[in-house]
Design a protein around this ligand. Sequence first.
Ligand SMILES: NC(=O)c1ccc[n+]([C@@H]2O[C@H](COP(=O)([O-])OP(=O)(O)OC[C@H]3O[C@@H](n4cnc5c(N)ncnc54)[C@H](O)[C@@H]3O)[C@@H](O)[C@H]2O)c1
Ligand SMILES: O=C(O)[C@H](O)COP(=O)(O)O
Length: 465
Amino acid sequence: MTPPKDIPYRVDMARSVSNSLSLSTSPTSHFHSPPSSFKDRPQYNKQLKPFQRESIKVLLLENVNQTGRDILEQQGYQVEFLKSSLPEDQLIQKIRDVHVIGIRSKTKLTENVLKHARNLIVIGCFCIGTNQVDLQYAARNGIAVFNSPFSNSRSVAELVIAEVIALARQLGDRSMELHNGVWNKVSNGCWEIRGKTLGIVGYGHIGSQLSVLAESMGMSVIYYDVVNLMSMGTARQVSSLEELLGAADFVSLHVPELPETKNLFTSKQFEQMKNGSYLINNSRGSVVEIAALVDAMRTGKVAGAALDVYPNEPGGNGPYFSNELNSWTADLTKLKNVILTPHIGGSTEEAQSAIGIEVANALVRFVNEGATLGAVNMPEVNLRSLTLDEPNHVRVIFIHKNVPGVLRRVNSILGNHNVDKQMTDSRGEVAYLMADISDVDQGEIKDLYQSLEEDSSRIRVRVLY
Ligand SMILES: NC(=O)c1ccc[n+]([C@@H]2O[C@H](COP(=O)([O-])OP(=O)(O)OC[C@H]3O[C@@H](n4cnc5c(N)ncnc54)[C@H](O)[C@@H]3O)[C@@H](O)[C@H]2O)c1
Ligand SMILES: O=C(O)[C@H](O)COP(=O)(O)O
């Protein structure tokens, strides 16, 4: 593995550089050991060096909204912005030096990519889903991951409502025909949605929002979820997916990508659906086996489908939706009453603007203050504002393996100073300690840092001053 060059310390713009220590890496020092085993990593071999906010390098992929870019640039960070995601080899090159990366649903931050990220401290998913990131690997290497849990939920729910009506009225086909000069006025197989039953699979942020909208348009709503939930309005939770499929005229999927939701819909589930019902998938492409859907539509079992997500999706805009990407593409695109959209469920001005603000602010709080509130892979730890303007105040962040004896050792190190406040929490194998300490002379910061670095439980140390 490649060595880390810098560990981002908080930059205190008010402090003169001459007051600060500096951190540089020897060419022989190294980086994280294979995280799964938490093997001892070679120790960092460096001198403390504070760097300015301007030292923080941020890579934003996939056209992250301007709101998020503005927030990060206003901090003085170096922000590189790209409109699309990157293939793995290019991503590995780019991720080597950055401290922060912002992505959306396309960029795969696998172990193979992350192990090259020698300076990375935080990942921002400017979307809801985090399935594209190896969250465990990131946590075990002290890399926090943030997302925006519900800023695009309403946008997705509204799209589903549009799709329910569009499928019921075969709008896609009629529009396509007229674009091709064909007048085809039909009522056969076209329906009102009033009084029809919508079956929602996954009743979380999006599913429950959809429930409210559907009821307000006169639909009956049933839902299936693996947890017991409070129903919105007069919606009713059913006890099995099979029960839902046997009763719903429209089935809409809103589950996350998980091992349990992979191919949740295969020929068995299509068989269980009502004759002439409709399927809508705005969740993840892995949830539906498309070849089975194609079969179910050819037999007429399913009367229409709207898909926004696919097993393989292109990394950027262009003529890439072909059989090369997914072998069933040609079959699917020939079917009648199939609405295909390019993963735009959350793509509205409102959603993208809100996500940009939410995730960028979380990144700034983490980089500048170490706060992990809202992190999806780390314990949530926060302390009230830093008092670094006061002389000799330091914030210590110690991300470590969740094993016995660490607090005793760490507190004996911190106890040489005055611990003003401290918080620690753990999540699985990883624990996060944050402490504000005073009575620390500038000359003592290096020793403090190195003592923590040398602890066998250490995943990552940051000293903000
Ligand atoms: N198309 C898009 O642009 C778009 C936009 C936003 C989100 N999404 C996708 O939609 C998913 C759902 O979003 P959300 O915000 O509603 O998530 P959420 O976490 O709020 O809700 C998901 C619900 O699914 C339930 N669930 C999990 N496994 C299940 C299973 N096997 N069977 C039934 N229910 C199950 C959970 O208990 C939870 O209630 C996201 O994970 C994301 O992948 C897509
Ligand atoms: O997870 C999400 O929020 C959606 O899938 C949207 O992803 P996107 O930001 O890549 O459009």
